[in-house]
Design a protein around this ligand. Structure first.
Ligand code: ATP
Ligand code: MG
Length: 482
Protein backbone atom coordinates (compact mmCIF):
# COMPACT_ATOMS: atom_id res chain seq x y z
CA UNK A 1 0.00 0.00 0.00
CA UNK A 2 1.42 3.36 -0.81
CA UNK A 3 0.64 6.82 0.36
CA UNK A 4 -2.69 5.63 1.72
CA UNK A 5 -4.33 7.20 4.66
CA UNK A 6 -4.17 5.13 7.79
CA UNK A 7 -7.34 3.35 8.77
CA UNK A 8 -9.80 5.31 10.83
CA UNK A 9 -8.45 8.72 9.94
CA UNK A 10 -10.26 11.13 7.71
CA UNK A 11 -8.88 11.40 4.18
CA UNK A 12 -5.35 12.55 4.82
CA UNK A 13 -3.07 14.63 2.71
CA UNK A 14 -0.15 12.66 1.47
CA UNK A 15 3.15 14.01 2.70
CA UNK A 16 4.73 14.85 -0.64
CA UNK A 17 3.09 16.74 -3.49
CA UNK A 18 2.32 14.55 -6.48
CA UNK A 19 4.57 14.89 -9.50
CA UNK A 20 2.94 15.46 -12.86
CA UNK A 21 3.66 12.05 -14.46
CA UNK A 22 0.25 10.60 -13.91
CA UNK A 23 -1.93 13.46 -14.96
CA UNK A 24 -4.87 14.46 -12.91
CA UNK A 25 -7.82 16.66 -13.67
CA UNK A 26 -6.28 19.32 -11.56
CA UNK A 27 -2.60 20.16 -11.39
CA UNK A 28 -0.90 18.37 -8.55
CA UNK A 29 1.62 21.02 -7.60
CA UNK A 30 1.68 22.00 -3.92
CA UNK A 31 0.33 25.45 -4.71
CA UNK A 32 -2.65 23.98 -6.50
CA UNK A 33 -3.23 21.41 -3.84
CA UNK A 34 -3.43 24.16 -1.28
CA UNK A 35 -5.69 26.26 -3.46
CA UNK A 36 -7.99 23.44 -4.49
CA UNK A 37 -11.51 23.56 -3.12
CA UNK A 38 -11.89 21.29 -0.13
CA UNK A 39 -14.33 18.46 -0.28
CA UNK A 40 -17.39 19.05 1.91
CA UNK A 41 -16.24 16.20 4.09
CA UNK A 42 -18.97 14.61 6.18
CA UNK A 43 -21.95 16.12 4.40
CA UNK A 44 -23.84 13.45 2.50
CA UNK A 45 -23.74 14.00 -1.22
CA UNK A 46 -26.97 13.55 -3.10
CA UNK A 47 -27.18 10.53 -5.36
CA UNK A 48 -26.82 11.00 -9.07
CA UNK A 49 -29.16 9.77 -11.76
CA UNK A 50 -28.75 6.14 -12.84
CA UNK A 51 -25.26 5.44 -14.10
CA UNK A 52 -24.98 6.70 -17.62
CA UNK A 53 -22.70 5.35 -20.33
CA UNK A 54 -19.43 7.18 -20.37
CA UNK A 55 -20.41 9.18 -23.43
CA UNK A 56 -23.97 9.90 -22.28
CA UNK A 57 -25.07 13.16 -20.84
CA UNK A 58 -24.12 13.64 -17.25
CA UNK A 59 -25.54 16.08 -14.78
CA UNK A 60 -23.59 18.88 -13.16
CA UNK A 61 -24.18 17.01 -9.93
CA UNK A 62 -22.25 14.03 -11.26
CA UNK A 63 -19.31 16.24 -12.17
CA UNK A 64 -19.45 17.84 -8.74
CA UNK A 65 -19.31 14.48 -7.00
CA UNK A 66 -16.57 13.36 -9.30
CA UNK A 67 -14.48 16.45 -8.58
CA UNK A 68 -14.98 15.98 -4.85
CA UNK A 69 -13.98 12.33 -4.92
CA UNK A 70 -11.17 13.02 -7.32
CA UNK A 71 -9.66 15.76 -5.20
CA UNK A 72 -9.81 13.56 -2.14
CA UNK A 73 -8.19 10.71 -4.09
CA UNK A 74 -5.36 12.88 -5.36
CA UNK A 75 -4.72 14.10 -1.85
CA UNK A 76 -4.51 10.52 -0.67
CA UNK A 77 -2.47 8.60 -3.17
CA UNK A 78 1.09 8.95 -4.26
CA UNK A 79 0.97 9.32 -8.02
CA UNK A 80 4.65 8.48 -8.46
CA UNK A 81 4.17 5.09 -6.93
CA UNK A 82 0.93 4.61 -8.76
CA UNK A 83 2.70 5.23 -12.06
CA UNK A 84 5.00 2.30 -11.33
CA UNK A 85 2.17 -0.20 -11.05
CA UNK A 86 0.75 -2.06 -14.00
CA UNK A 87 -2.63 -0.80 -15.20
CA UNK A 88 -4.64 -3.54 -13.50
CA UNK A 89 -3.04 -3.15 -10.08
CA UNK A 90 -3.28 0.64 -10.33
CA UNK A 91 -6.96 0.33 -11.12
CA UNK A 92 -7.46 -1.99 -8.12
CA UNK A 93 -5.64 0.44 -5.89
CA UNK A 94 -7.78 3.34 -7.07
CA UNK A 95 -10.92 1.25 -6.65
CA UNK A 96 -10.07 0.54 -2.99
CA UNK A 97 -9.39 4.15 -2.19
CA UNK A 98 -12.42 5.50 -4.05
CA UNK A 99 -14.67 3.06 -2.20
CA UNK A 100 -13.24 4.24 1.10
CA UNK A 101 -13.69 7.88 0.18
CA UNK A 102 -17.25 7.23 -0.93
CA UNK A 103 -18.10 5.68 2.40
CA UNK A 104 -16.32 8.34 4.44
CA UNK A 105 -18.08 11.11 2.57
CA UNK A 106 -21.41 9.34 2.78
CA UNK A 107 -21.97 9.50 -0.95
CA UNK A 108 -25.06 7.52 -1.80
CA UNK A 109 -24.66 5.79 -5.12
CA UNK A 110 -25.81 2.57 -6.71
CA UNK A 111 -23.23 -0.04 -7.64
CA UNK A 112 -23.52 0.82 -11.32
CA UNK A 113 -23.11 4.53 -10.60
CA UNK A 114 -20.03 3.75 -8.58
CA UNK A 115 -18.66 1.66 -11.43
CA UNK A 116 -19.16 4.54 -13.88
CA UNK A 117 -17.52 6.97 -11.47
CA UNK A 118 -14.62 4.63 -10.89
CA UNK A 119 -14.16 4.17 -14.61
CA UNK A 120 -14.10 7.92 -15.14
CA UNK A 121 -11.64 8.50 -12.33
CA UNK A 122 -9.31 5.73 -13.54
CA UNK A 123 -9.41 7.26 -17.01
CA UNK A 124 -8.45 10.61 -15.53
CA UNK A 125 -5.59 9.28 -13.44
CA UNK A 126 -4.24 6.55 -15.69
CA UNK A 127 -5.32 7.43 -19.21
CA UNK A 128 -6.60 10.25 -21.35
CA UNK A 129 -9.47 11.27 -19.09
CA UNK A 130 -12.77 12.04 -20.81
CA UNK A 131 -11.24 11.02 -24.15
CA UNK A 132 -10.94 7.37 -23.10
CA UNK A 133 -14.49 6.29 -24.00
CA UNK A 134 -14.06 7.90 -27.43
CA UNK A 135 -10.68 6.30 -27.97
CA UNK A 136 -12.16 2.93 -27.11
CA UNK A 137 -14.78 3.17 -29.85
CA UNK A 138 -13.98 1.69 -33.24
CA UNK A 139 -16.60 3.54 -35.21
CA UNK A 140 -15.06 7.00 -34.77
CA UNK A 141 -12.84 8.38 -37.54
CA UNK A 142 -11.85 11.68 -35.95
CA UNK A 143 -12.04 13.26 -32.50
CA UNK A 144 -11.92 17.05 -32.45
CA UNK A 145 -11.65 18.83 -29.11
CA UNK A 146 -12.21 22.58 -29.26
CA UNK A 147 -11.41 23.67 -25.72
CA UNK A 148 -12.72 22.01 -22.58
CA UNK A 149 -16.44 21.96 -23.29
CA UNK A 150 -16.79 21.08 -26.93
CA UNK A 151 -15.75 17.77 -28.36
CA UNK A 152 -16.87 16.69 -31.80
CA UNK A 153 -16.51 13.27 -33.42
CA UNK A 154 -16.87 12.02 -36.94
CA UNK A 155 -18.95 8.87 -37.21
CA UNK A 156 -20.02 7.40 -40.56
CA UNK A 157 -18.81 10.49 -42.35
CA UNK A 158 -20.91 12.83 -40.18
CA UNK A 159 -19.51 15.25 -37.65
CA UNK A 160 -21.45 15.39 -34.39
CA UNK A 161 -21.12 17.14 -31.04
CA UNK A 162 -20.63 14.85 -28.03
CA UNK A 163 -21.42 15.36 -24.38
CA UNK A 164 -17.80 14.77 -23.47
CA UNK A 165 -16.35 17.65 -21.55
CA UNK A 166 -13.22 18.32 -19.58
CA UNK A 167 -13.21 19.80 -16.10
CA UNK A 168 -11.48 22.87 -17.44
CA UNK A 169 -8.84 23.88 -19.94
CA UNK A 170 -6.05 22.93 -17.57
CA UNK A 171 -7.26 19.33 -17.45
CA UNK A 172 -7.38 19.33 -21.25
CA UNK A 173 -3.93 20.89 -21.36
CA UNK A 174 -2.58 18.18 -19.05
CA UNK A 175 -3.98 15.48 -21.29
CA UNK A 176 -2.45 17.14 -24.36
CA UNK A 177 0.82 17.32 -22.47
CA UNK A 178 0.65 13.65 -21.59
CA UNK A 179 0.00 12.69 -25.21
CA UNK A 180 2.89 14.67 -26.65
CA UNK A 181 5.31 13.74 -23.88
CA UNK A 182 5.15 10.18 -25.22
CA UNK A 183 7.02 11.33 -28.29
CA UNK A 184 9.45 13.36 -26.21
CA UNK A 185 7.83 16.70 -26.90
CA UNK A 186 5.93 19.28 -24.96
CA UNK A 187 3.34 21.91 -25.69
CA UNK A 188 3.29 25.27 -24.01
CA UNK A 189 3.31 28.93 -24.88
CA UNK A 190 6.79 28.75 -26.32
CA UNK A 191 6.09 25.72 -28.53
CA UNK A 192 2.33 25.77 -28.96
CA UNK A 193 1.99 23.38 -31.92
CA UNK A 194 2.78 19.71 -31.83
CA UNK A 195 2.13 16.54 -33.82
CA UNK A 196 2.25 13.26 -31.99
CA UNK A 197 0.98 9.72 -32.11
CA UNK A 198 -0.94 7.71 -29.51
CA UNK A 199 0.37 4.26 -28.58
CA UNK A 200 -2.39 2.74 -30.74
CA UNK A 201 -1.10 4.58 -33.83
CA UNK A 202 -3.71 7.35 -33.88
CA UNK A 203 -2.43 10.61 -35.33
CA UNK A 204 -2.64 13.64 -33.04
CA UNK A 205 -2.29 17.38 -33.54
CA UNK A 206 -2.28 19.78 -30.61
CA UNK A 207 -2.36 23.54 -30.74
CA UNK A 208 -2.64 25.50 -27.53
CA UNK A 209 -3.11 29.11 -26.40
CA UNK A 210 -2.14 31.75 -27.24
CA UNK A 211 -2.43 30.41 -30.80
CA UNK A 212 -5.76 28.72 -30.19
CA UNK A 213 -7.84 31.37 -28.58
CA UNK A 214 -10.50 29.41 -26.69
CA UNK A 215 -8.31 26.78 -25.05
CA UNK A 216 -6.27 23.87 -26.37
CA UNK A 217 -7.47 22.33 -29.64
CA UNK A 218 -6.78 18.64 -30.02
CA UNK A 219 -7.42 16.69 -33.21
CA UNK A 220 -7.10 12.92 -33.34
CA UNK A 221 -7.34 10.79 -36.48
CA UNK A 222 -8.20 7.42 -35.02
CA UNK A 223 -6.06 4.56 -36.20
CA UNK A 224 -8.04 1.74 -37.76
CA UNK A 225 -6.38 -1.56 -37.20
CA UNK A 226 -8.72 -3.32 -39.61
CA UNK A 227 -7.95 -1.07 -42.55
CA UNK A 228 -10.55 -0.89 -45.28
CA UNK A 229 -9.83 -3.08 -48.29
CA UNK A 230 -10.72 -2.49 -51.92
CA UNK A 231 -13.68 -4.86 -51.41
CA UNK A 232 -14.88 -2.68 -48.54
CA UNK A 233 -14.66 0.37 -50.77
CA UNK A 234 -16.79 -1.42 -53.36
CA UNK A 235 -19.20 -2.41 -50.58
CA UNK A 236 -19.48 1.23 -49.47
CA UNK A 237 -20.07 2.27 -53.07
CA UNK A 238 -16.92 4.35 -52.98
CA UNK A 239 -15.96 2.77 -56.29
CA UNK A 240 -17.69 0.40 -58.70
CA UNK A 241 -16.57 -3.22 -59.00
CA UNK A 242 -15.06 -2.54 -62.43
CA UNK A 243 -13.38 0.63 -61.19
CA UNK A 244 -11.84 -1.37 -58.35
CA UNK A 245 -10.54 -3.96 -60.81
CA UNK A 246 -8.92 -1.23 -62.89
CA UNK A 247 -7.36 0.26 -59.74
CA UNK A 248 -6.02 -3.19 -58.86
CA UNK A 249 -4.43 -3.46 -62.29
CA UNK A 250 -2.97 0.05 -61.96
CA UNK A 251 -1.36 -1.09 -58.69
CA UNK A 252 -0.10 -4.38 -60.15
CA UNK A 253 1.37 -3.06 -63.38
CA UNK A 254 3.46 -0.47 -61.56
CA UNK A 255 1.86 2.74 -62.73
CA UNK A 256 3.11 5.79 -60.85
CA UNK A 257 0.10 7.03 -58.95
CA UNK A 258 -0.88 10.25 -57.28
CA UNK A 259 -3.89 10.09 -54.99
CA UNK A 260 -5.54 13.44 -54.62
CA UNK A 261 -8.31 14.57 -52.26
CA UNK A 262 -9.40 16.93 -49.53
CA UNK A 263 -8.83 16.50 -45.81
CA UNK A 264 -10.19 13.20 -44.55
CA UNK A 265 -11.42 12.20 -47.99
CA UNK A 266 -9.85 8.75 -47.74
CA UNK A 267 -6.53 9.29 -49.51
CA UNK A 268 -4.42 7.28 -47.08
CA UNK A 269 -7.03 4.53 -46.98
CA UNK A 270 -7.00 4.32 -50.76
CA UNK A 271 -3.21 4.33 -50.87
CA UNK A 272 -3.21 1.49 -48.39
CA UNK A 273 -5.67 -0.45 -50.56
CA UNK A 274 -3.55 0.10 -53.66
CA UNK A 275 -0.45 -1.18 -51.94
CA UNK A 276 -2.35 -4.43 -51.46
CA UNK A 277 -1.79 -5.17 -55.16
CA UNK A 278 1.98 -4.96 -54.94
CA UNK A 279 3.79 -8.28 -55.36
CA UNK A 280 5.16 -9.86 -52.23
CA UNK A 281 8.72 -9.96 -53.59
CA UNK A 282 9.05 -6.21 -54.23
CA UNK A 283 11.16 -4.05 -51.96
CA UNK A 284 8.96 -1.18 -50.81
CA UNK A 285 10.02 1.86 -48.81
CA UNK A 286 7.36 4.03 -47.20
CA UNK A 287 7.95 7.61 -46.03
CA UNK A 288 5.34 9.20 -43.78
CA UNK A 289 4.96 12.01 -41.30
CA UNK A 290 3.12 9.66 -38.95
CA UNK A 291 3.17 5.99 -39.89
CA UNK A 292 -0.39 5.11 -40.93
CA UNK A 293 0.09 2.70 -43.80
CA UNK A 294 -0.14 -0.99 -43.10
CA UNK A 295 1.53 -2.89 -45.88
CA UNK A 296 1.13 -6.64 -45.84
CA UNK A 297 4.22 -7.45 -47.92
CA UNK A 298 7.25 -8.95 -46.16
CA UNK A 299 9.86 -6.71 -47.75
CA UNK A 300 8.93 -3.26 -46.46
CA UNK A 301 11.02 -0.57 -44.81
CA UNK A 302 8.95 2.05 -43.00
CA UNK A 303 10.40 5.50 -42.50
CA UNK A 304 8.98 8.41 -40.55
CA UNK A 305 9.98 12.08 -40.52
CA UNK A 306 11.10 13.66 -37.28
CA UNK A 307 10.17 17.12 -36.00
CA UNK A 308 12.86 19.29 -34.41
CA UNK A 309 13.48 18.75 -30.71
CA UNK A 310 12.93 21.39 -28.05
CA UNK A 311 16.15 23.15 -29.01
CA UNK A 312 15.04 23.21 -32.64
CA UNK A 313 17.59 20.53 -33.61
CA UNK A 314 17.43 17.12 -35.21
CA UNK A 315 14.64 17.62 -37.70
CA UNK A 316 14.49 15.10 -40.53
CA UNK A 317 12.30 16.28 -43.38
CA UNK A 318 10.33 14.34 -45.93
CA UNK A 319 12.76 15.51 -48.62
CA UNK A 320 15.67 13.99 -46.72
CA UNK A 321 13.77 10.75 -46.25
CA UNK A 322 12.83 10.46 -49.92
CA UNK A 323 16.41 11.24 -50.97
CA UNK A 324 17.72 8.66 -48.58
CA UNK A 325 15.27 6.13 -49.94
CA UNK A 326 17.01 6.28 -53.27
CA UNK A 327 20.14 4.93 -51.65
CA UNK A 328 18.26 2.01 -50.16
CA UNK A 329 17.65 0.14 -53.39
CA UNK A 330 13.90 0.57 -53.40
CA UNK A 331 11.69 -0.92 -56.04
CA UNK A 332 8.77 1.24 -55.07
CA UNK A 333 8.65 4.36 -52.96
CA UNK A 334 5.43 5.26 -51.18
CA UNK A 335 5.11 8.77 -49.78
CA UNK A 336 2.26 9.15 -47.29
CA UNK A 337 1.64 12.77 -48.11
CA UNK A 338 3.49 15.01 -50.55
CA UNK A 339 3.32 18.57 -49.31
CA UNK A 340 6.58 20.29 -50.16
CA UNK A 341 9.84 20.12 -52.05
CA UNK A 342 9.96 16.33 -51.70
CA UNK A 343 7.61 16.40 -54.71
CA UNK A 344 10.68 16.95 -56.88
CA UNK A 345 12.54 14.00 -55.41
CA UNK A 346 9.51 11.74 -55.68
CA UNK A 347 9.05 12.63 -59.35
CA UNK A 348 12.71 11.99 -59.98
CA UNK A 349 12.43 8.62 -58.30
CA UNK A 350 9.40 7.78 -60.42
CA UNK A 351 11.36 8.85 -63.48
CA UNK A 352 14.43 6.84 -62.71
CA UNK A 353 13.34 3.27 -62.52
CA UNK A 354 11.17 3.19 -59.43
CA UNK A 355 7.96 2.53 -61.30
CA UNK A 356 4.93 1.91 -59.23
CA UNK A 357 5.72 4.63 -56.72
CA UNK A 358 2.79 6.35 -55.10
CA UNK A 359 1.91 9.35 -53.01
CA UNK A 360 -1.05 11.37 -51.81
CA UNK A 361 -1.63 15.09 -52.03
CA UNK A 362 -4.29 17.58 -50.97
CA UNK A 363 -6.22 18.85 -54.00
CA UNK A 364 -9.81 19.03 -55.19
CA UNK A 365 -9.43 17.66 -58.70
CA UNK A 366 -6.85 15.72 -60.71
CA UNK A 367 -5.95 18.87 -62.63
CA UNK A 368 -5.49 20.85 -59.43
CA UNK A 369 -3.33 18.00 -58.08
CA UNK A 370 -0.96 18.37 -61.00
CA UNK A 371 -0.73 22.13 -60.66
CA UNK A 372 -0.16 21.81 -56.92
CA UNK A 373 2.68 19.44 -57.66
CA UNK A 374 4.12 22.06 -59.96
CA UNK A 375 3.86 24.82 -57.37
CA UNK A 376 5.48 22.62 -54.72
CA UNK A 377 8.46 22.17 -56.98
CA UNK A 378 8.63 25.88 -57.80
CA UNK A 379 8.31 26.85 -54.14
CA UNK A 380 11.00 24.34 -53.24
CA UNK A 381 13.43 26.71 -54.94
CA UNK A 382 14.07 24.70 -58.10
CA UNK A 383 14.78 27.24 -60.81
CA UNK A 384 13.25 25.34 -63.69
CA UNK A 385 11.05 26.72 -66.45
CA UNK A 386 7.45 25.69 -65.90
CA UNK A 387 7.43 23.82 -69.22
CA UNK A 388 10.25 21.62 -67.94
CA UNK A 389 8.46 20.98 -64.66
CA UNK A 390 5.27 20.05 -66.49
CA UNK A 391 7.15 17.68 -68.78
CA UNK A 392 8.73 16.15 -65.75
CA UNK A 393 5.31 15.68 -64.13
CA UNK A 394 3.95 14.06 -67.27
CA UNK A 395 6.98 11.85 -67.58
CA UNK A 396 6.52 10.66 -64.02
CA UNK A 397 2.86 10.45 -63.07
CA UNK A 398 0.73 7.92 -64.94
CA UNK A 399 -2.54 8.09 -63.05
CA UNK A 400 -4.24 10.50 -60.67
CA UNK A 401 -6.99 9.07 -58.47
CA UNK A 402 -9.32 11.61 -56.91
CA UNK A 403 -10.98 10.88 -53.57
CA UNK A 404 -13.73 13.05 -52.14
CA UNK A 405 -15.87 13.27 -49.05
CA UNK A 406 -19.28 14.30 -50.31
CA UNK A 407 -21.66 16.56 -48.44
CA UNK A 408 -23.64 13.60 -47.05
CA UNK A 409 -20.44 12.32 -45.42
CA UNK A 410 -19.92 9.46 -47.89
CA UNK A 411 -16.52 8.98 -49.47
CA UNK A 412 -16.22 8.33 -53.16
CA UNK A 413 -13.51 7.92 -55.72
CA UNK A 414 -14.65 10.59 -58.15
CA UNK A 415 -12.01 10.29 -60.88
CA UNK A 416 -9.50 7.83 -62.22
CA UNK A 417 -7.55 10.00 -64.60
CA UNK A 418 -4.57 9.32 -66.83
CA UNK A 419 -1.82 11.82 -67.50
CA UNK A 420 -1.13 11.63 -71.21
CA UNK A 421 1.55 14.21 -71.94
CA UNK A 422 1.97 17.88 -72.72
CA UNK A 423 0.75 19.89 -75.67
CA UNK A 424 2.71 23.10 -75.72
CA UNK A 425 2.59 24.23 -72.12
CA UNK A 426 -0.54 22.35 -71.17
CA UNK A 427 -0.73 18.97 -69.46
CA UNK A 428 -3.20 16.68 -71.18
CA UNK A 429 -5.23 14.33 -69.00
CA UNK A 430 -7.93 11.81 -69.78
CA UNK A 431 -10.58 10.52 -67.39
CA UNK A 432 -11.12 6.75 -67.35
CA UNK A 433 -13.78 6.68 -64.66
CA UNK A 434 -15.83 9.48 -63.15
CA UNK A 435 -18.52 9.61 -60.50
CA UNK A 436 -21.72 11.35 -61.59
CA UNK A 437 -24.02 12.76 -58.93
CA UNK A 438 -27.65 12.18 -59.91
CA UNK A 439 -29.54 13.55 -56.93
CA UNK A 440 -30.30 12.65 -53.35
CA UNK A 441 -32.76 10.38 -51.57
CA UNK A 442 -35.24 11.36 -48.84
CA UNK A 443 -32.61 10.84 -46.16
CA UNK A 444 -30.33 13.34 -47.86
CA UNK A 445 -27.92 10.68 -49.09
CA UNK A 446 -26.34 11.40 -52.41
CA UNK A 447 -27.32 9.12 -55.26
CA UNK A 448 -24.80 8.75 -58.02
CA UNK A 449 -23.02 6.32 -60.29
CA UNK A 450 -19.50 5.51 -61.35
CA UNK A 451 -19.26 5.71 -65.08
CA UNK A 452 -16.57 4.63 -67.48
CA UNK A 453 -15.80 7.33 -70.01
CA UNK A 454 -15.57 4.71 -72.74
CA UNK A 455 -11.80 4.60 -73.12
CA UNK A 456 -11.00 1.07 -74.21
CA UNK A 457 -7.21 1.40 -74.44
CA UNK A 458 -5.77 3.50 -71.64
CA UNK A 459 -2.28 4.80 -72.12
CA UNK A 460 -0.92 2.22 -69.67
CA UNK A 461 -2.18 -0.54 -71.96
CA UNK A 462 1.35 -1.55 -73.03
CA UNK A 463 2.40 -1.69 -69.45
CA UNK A 464 -0.62 -3.90 -68.71
CA UNK A 465 0.35 -6.14 -71.59
CA UNK A 466 3.93 -6.34 -70.29
CA UNK A 467 2.60 -7.59 -66.95
CA UNK A 468 0.06 -9.83 -68.67
CA UNK A 469 -2.85 -7.89 -67.23
CA UNK A 470 -4.23 -6.56 -70.51
CA UNK A 471 -6.99 -9.16 -70.77
CA UNK A 472 -8.20 -8.37 -67.29
CA UNK A 473 -7.99 -4.65 -68.06
CA UNK A 474 -9.94 -4.98 -71.30
CA UNK A 475 -12.58 -7.12 -69.57
CA UNK A 476 -13.03 -4.64 -66.70
CA UNK A 477 -13.28 -1.67 -69.07
CA UNK A 478 -15.74 -3.54 -71.31
CA UNK A 479 -17.98 -4.43 -68.41
CA UNK A 480 -17.82 -0.87 -67.14
CA UNK A 481 -19.22 0.36 -70.42
CA UNK A 482 -21.89 -2.27 -70.59
N1 ATP B 1 -14.32 4.84 -48.84
C1 ATP B 1 -14.49 5.02 -47.52
N2 ATP B 1 -15.67 4.74 -46.95
C2 ATP B 1 -15.87 4.94 -45.64
N3 ATP B 1 -14.93 5.42 -44.79
C3 ATP B 1 -13.73 5.71 -45.30
C4 ATP B 1 -13.45 5.54 -46.70
N4 ATP B 1 -12.19 5.92 -46.93
C5 ATP B 1 -11.70 6.32 -45.74
N5 ATP B 1 -12.61 6.18 -44.77
C6 ATP B 1 -12.44 6.55 -43.37
O1 ATP B 1 -12.29 7.95 -43.33
C7 ATP B 1 -11.31 8.34 -42.39
C8 ATP B 1 -10.26 9.20 -43.06
O2 ATP B 1 -9.58 8.43 -44.00
P1 ATP B 1 -8.07 8.72 -44.43
O3 ATP B 1 -7.18 8.81 -43.24
O4 ATP B 1 -7.74 7.70 -45.46
O5 ATP B 1 -8.25 10.16 -45.08
P2 ATP B 1 -7.12 11.14 -45.63
O6 ATP B 1 -7.68 11.76 -46.86
O7 ATP B 1 -5.82 10.43 -45.75
O8 ATP B 1 -7.08 12.21 -44.45
P3 ATP B 1 -5.95 13.33 -44.19
O9 ATP B 1 -6.19 14.39 -45.19
O10 ATP B 1 -6.27 13.80 -42.81
O11 ATP B 1 -4.62 12.64 -44.31
C9 ATP B 1 -10.75 7.05 -41.81
O12 ATP B 1 -11.38 6.82 -40.58
C10 ATP B 1 -11.15 5.99 -42.81
O13 ATP B 1 -11.35 4.74 -42.20
MG1 MG C 1 -3.97 10.86 -44.96
Amino acid sequence: MFGRRTEGQPVARKPAPAPAQAEAPRPASPAHVAAAPKAPAPKPVAPTKPAPRASDHRSDNYYQIKTTIFNALIDTIDLTQLAQLDAESAREEIRDIVNEILSIKNVVMSISEQEALLQDICNDVLGYGPLEPLLARDDIADIMVNGSDRTFIEVSGKVELTNIRFRDNSQLMNICQRIVSQVGRRVDESSPICDARLPDGSRVNVIVPPLSIDGPALTIRKFRRDKLTMNDLVGYNSISQEGAEVLGIIGKVRCNVLISGGTGSGKTTLLNCLTGFIDADERIITCEDAAELQLQQPHVVRLETRPPNLEGQGQVTMTELVRNCLRMRPERIIVGEVRGPEAFDLLQAMNTGHDGSMGTLHANSPREALSRLESMITMGGYQLPSKTIREMICGSIDVVIQAARLRDGSRRITHITEVLGTEGDVIITQDLFVYDIEGEDEAGRIIGKHRSTGIARPSFWDRARYYNQHHALAAALDRAQG
